[in-house]
Ligand binder design. Structure first.
Ligand code: LHQ
Length: 265
């Protein structure tokens, strides 16, 4: 287990090919400040440099995260908050990195995930929630619209009716409902959440990273592509996958009736 110099707002550890980022401002339910984004970006840089293939994102204490820290929003001389600039400087880069083809991301949602943090969790590749977790599109309570990719990811996960229902009512959605709606992958008992997420991360970290990265890109591209375009893209990516050493190893392992040892090559 290595972690290097500590960060101000997150805990960070690396165990083999798995990194864990724990949002760590529990007194304010891990609400996001700019520093937290910068810490996540630096942690992911370290993870990539260390050859990490799977990243677990979770929260310290009783919440995953309550979204933007509403008490840490700077106003200019006219009382205006530059939310657009803040989103572009911080959240957007965090979201891009969570959807990177270079590794898989697993959100381990250990309590409430509200506002921007609900959407950050849902941007991850696999979402596992503790039984007591809640997903809250809380924005309209304070007169905002969903940001952090929520208006893109939510309708794609659960359709317009449920997406708008969550956004307009701001009703919390419990973990089992989220799973039944297809919004998340799995619900775990609260006490087994981290163990379940770690097991998933170890399994995916041992998988064919190149194929995973292209599968992520193909799924995202499918949203805008027509069928013929998507078939072409699949064939192109599949050729790249088939040219990889991991494919040769996968077929060899199959014929030898053993587990493949993927090298991400
Ligand atoms: C908080 C927060 C918080 C600061 C709890 N900030 N302190 C907007 C602007 C700019 C760019 C990016 O994007 C966005 C989008 C957003 O994310 S806007 C924020 C959206 N989030 C919310 O509106 C959620 C606000 N929080 C809540 O509604 C509640 O705290 C929830 C429902 C999450 C949990 O309720 P409780 O379990 O009852 O906890 P609590 O309310 O007592 O909170 C515990 C402490 O955490 C408390 O501090 P205190 O000093 O009184 O003990 C809260 O003030 C603090 N806290 N959320 N977002």
């Amino acid at each position: 287990m290595t972690d290097g110099t500590p960060f101000e707002t997150i805990l960070f550890s690396i165990d083999g090919k798995v990194a864990t980022i724990t949002l760590n401002r529990p007194d304010v339910l891990n609400a996001f400040v700019e520093r937290m984004h910068l810490d996540i970006h630096a942690a992911l840089d370290r993870a990539v440099a260390a050859g990490v293939r799977a990243v677990v994102l979770t929260g310290a204490g009783r919440a995953f995260s309550a979204g933007q820290d509403l008490k840490a929003l700077d106003q200019d001389d006219h009382g205006r908050i530059d939310i657009e600039g803040l989103l572009e400087r911080t959240y957007h880069e965090t979201l891009r990195r969570l959807r990177s083809p270079d590794y898989v991301t697993i959100a381990a949602v250990n309590g409430v995930a509200a506002g921007a943090s609900c959407n950050i969790a849902l941007a991850c590749d696999i979402v596992i929630a503790g039984k007591s977790a809640q997903f809250v599109e809380a924005f309209a309570r304070i007169g905002l619209i969903p940001d952090a990719g929520g208006t893109w990811v939510l309708p794609r996960l659960i359709g317009r009716a449920r997406a708008l229902g969550m956004i307009l009512t701001t009703d919390p959605i419990d973990a089992e409902t989220a799973r039944d709606w297809g919004m998340i992958w799995q619900v775990a008992q609260d006490e087994a959440l981290m163990e379940t997420a770690a097991a998933m991360a170890q399994k995916l970290a041992a998988g064919p990273g190149l194929a995973y990265g292209m599968a992520k890109r193909a799924i995202d591209a499918s949203i805008d592509n027509d069928f013929e375009t998507q078939l072409k893209l699949e064939a192109c990516f599949q050729q790249k996958a088939a040219d990889s050493k991991d494919f040769a190893e996968g077929v060899k392992a199959f014929t030898e009736k053993r587990r493949p040892s993927f090298k991400n090559l």
